[in-house]
Design a protein around this ligand. Structure first.
Ligand SMILES: Nc1ncnc2c1ncn2[C@@H]1O[C@H](COP(=O)(O)OP(=O)(O)OP(=O)(O)O)[C@@H](O)[C@H]1O
Ligand SMILES: [Mg+2]
Length: 258
């Protein structure tokens, strides 16, 4: 068989493989919420040409370059302590991935079942979510939300349960993760902080790795090292670190390279 014929045969096989892969998972039907008032810190949404939105594009390409052949698809976003910027980073990152030219499908899940603030940061009214899937057996496709970005689905944390760590460590959670892994190109879990509770380690263990958000000028080295130890003990791969709350001292008209 000539080289040309061989190349056509391989391309045809690849296409069939792709079609079969898509057919494995039936697409979810999603509710669109038009009343969202997104946190102004979500610059990937409000100002995609800003230097900060560009930093999220750099972060996206760093994540995709970790392993070119098989980039991490299911990521946990966490930090050592509370309030370091996990939720805002998760939203910016999910939007940046969804706005990639390849139009890959993205799911953003609020896995902070104790204090989940994802829906609030998106300006949404409280909705049922992950806790209700794990607790009550609600169906994923009934709870997904869309904020107007076609290929980005949102799953809030839902009603606060009495036993978050147990729910996140349950077989139902493992099934949920493998289900959404098949459905989406990328899945981001916005997690609680590592030091005060066990939840992030439990969730991140089911993911391809964790991204740690560090608040510049606040979180001390000892606390970060402690959080790293906790994640390593839970057999979590730390994919990288993302600094938040950085202040730019260069005037934007110089920094903005357009
Ligand atoms: N990169 C950033 N620069 C400046 N402010 C930020 C940044 N990221 C988040 N913030 C602000 O910091 C506060 C905490 O952010 P966020 O809710 O994302 O933190 P978190 O780590 O998810 O908190 P928690 O541990 O409570 O879940 C919010 O008021 C948010 O608007
Ligand atoms: Mg949060």
């Amino acid at each position: 068989m000539g080289k040309f014929t061989e190349a056509i045969r391989k391309a045809a096989e690849k296409r069939i493989e792709r079609v079969e892969k898509k057919e494995e998972a039936k697409p979810y039907v999603v509710r669109t919420v038009s009343d969202s008032k997104i946190d102004p810190h979500v610059l990937a949404y409000f100002d995609p040409t800003s230097p900060i939105a560009e930093q999220y594009r750099i972060l996206r390409s760093n994540i995709q370059s970790i392993n070119k052949a098989a980039p991490p698809k299911v990521l946990a976003i966490t930090s050592a302590i509370h309030g370091e910027g996990k939720t805002i980073t998760s939203i910016n990152l999910a939007i940046t991935f969804a706005r990639d030219l390849n139009k890959e499908s993205v799911l953003l899940v609020d896995a902070d079942l104790r204090k989940g603030r994802l829906a609030k940061a998106l300006g949404l009214a409280p909705h049922n979510g992950l806790a209700d899937i794990l607790n009550e057996g609600a169906k994923t496709e009934d709870l997904l939300l869309n904020i107007g970005i076609e290929n980005l689905h949102i799953l809030p944390s839902g009603n606060r349960p009495a036993n978050p760590a147990e729910l996140l460590g349950s077989a139902k959670m493992r099934n949920f993760v493998s289900e959404v892994r098949k459905q989406y190109d990328y899945v981001f879990f916005d997690c609680p902080p590592v030091v005060p509770v066990a939840d992030a380690g439990v969730v991140a263990h089911l993911c391809d790795g964790a991204l740690m958000v560090l608040q510049a000028g606040r979180t001390q080295k000892g606390i970060i090292l402690h959080a790293q130890d906790r994640l390593h003990t839970s057999k979590v791969k730390i994919l990288g670190y993302c600094l938040s709350h950085i202040e730019y001292h260069i005037p934007e008209y110089i920094y903005r390279y357009l």
